[in-house]
Design a protein. Sequence first.
Length: 98
Amino acid sequence: MNAKRHDYPDTMIPCFRCGKPLKDWSAGNNQPFDALEFSSYGHYPSSLFDPGDASELVVNLCDDCIRAGATQGRVLRRTWPEGRPRGAMPSYEPWRPK
Ligand SMILES: [Zn+2]
């Protein structure tokens, strides 16, 4: 079967920024076409979400919104040291799409 993109169901949530509906390649596991899923376990000192359990918040951002934000310097690329040794800290740098 060669399913076309429009044959896939919508993701449970649209793009967080623009509200554009997204198609879910995985049909239920939130793997949107032309978009990325972002998640957070929360952290201190957030006053909004820091449950300390196994739950996460999830948002989708479409590629157009990511590209627009990155072009305006609002996206960081985080890189961990090879092998991610214990206690290692990541580096951050502005990320811009090619
Ligand atoms: Zn969007």
